[in-house]
Design a protein around this ligand. Structure first.
Ligand SMILES: [Zn+2]
Length: 258
């Protein structure tokens, strides 16, 4: 079966943070971990995969995230803003027609409110959980990011979903990290990618099929990870682990992907 392809894809220049455990161990040498945002151009519209941090936090993350900003050494400058980076590529926020939210954790959902004109896909169960998370997970959700007041046009998807019906861009249902976690498969003219969202956090965990301590359901998380591996193998797709700094180096960092 032949599939259509998306015309172009970019990884935007990401804001970054440092894991407190790594900082304690390695000090200044601790790797900076990206807060990923990707843009995909398809003949039928622009797709944003994840929305990073809240735009009002740019330049002063502490004003929005409080002490967490310092604890994670968040680097979020105005140059990282999605609107600036879209502009540099010749686009505007208004041209994004579909947003896919891998999940609603604050580091993926911060700018969703800038796209009320678009459809915003989330996995089923995500919103229900985000509104009443378990205690251990509550620090990851920031109600302001997905509040009704923003008029975000949510579309909950209960399974894998081919965005344009042509096989070019597919949201993959991957519950476990959170109940509604999604990954995204993108076919480009020269290659295909599976963008993991938070289905898995490191290359080592991917290879070893190891769940993350912050996953809501570790059994489901491992199952989703195996599904992701299987799909990537079947479709010969590159797997880009969103929060793994080494993966960012491996796939060439920010910029256009082919
Ligand atoms: Zn997460």
């Amino acid at each position: 079966m032949t599939h259509a392809v998306a015309s172009r894809m970019w990884a935007l220049e990401p804001a970054t943070y440092v894991s407190p455990a790594a900082a304690q161990l390695l000090g200044q040498e601790a790797p900076r971990i990206p807060f990923p945002v990707y843009l995909v151009e398809h003949a039928e519209g622009l797709v944003l995969f994840d929305a990073g941090l809240a735009p009002e936090a740019a330049g002063d993350p502490g004003s929005v995230y409080g002490e967490l900003a310092g604890r994670l050494c968040i680097d979020f400058a105005r140059e990282h803003l999605i609107e600036h980076q879209l502009q540099a590529l010749g686009f505007s926020l208004g041209e994004v027609t579909t947003v896919v939210a891998s999940h609603l954790h604050f580091d993926h959902a911060g700018a969703l409110k800038q796209f009320p004109h678009a459809r915003t896909l989330i996995g089923s169960g995500e919103m229900t959980y985000a509104l009443a998370p378990e205690r251990f997970a509550s620090g990851w959700y920031r109600r302001e990011d997905f509040d009704d007041v923003h008029g975000i046009r949510w579309q909950e998807i209960p399974c894998d979903h081919d965005l344009f019906g042509d096989g070019a861009v597919t949201a993959l249902h991957m519950p476990g990290h959170t109940p509604g976690s999604l990954a995204l498969m993108v076919r480009l003219p020269g290659s295909s990618y599976v963008l993991t969202g938070d289905v898995v956090h490191t290359r080592g965990a991917y290879e070893g099929e190891i769940a993350y301590h912050g996953d809501v359901d570790t059994v489901a998380a491992r199952q989703s990870l195996r599904k992701l591996k299987f799909l990537a193998d079947t479709h010969r797709a590159n797997v880009w682990i969103a929060h793994d700094p080494d993966d960012w180096v491996h796939w060439g960092g920010a910029g256009e992907k082919r």
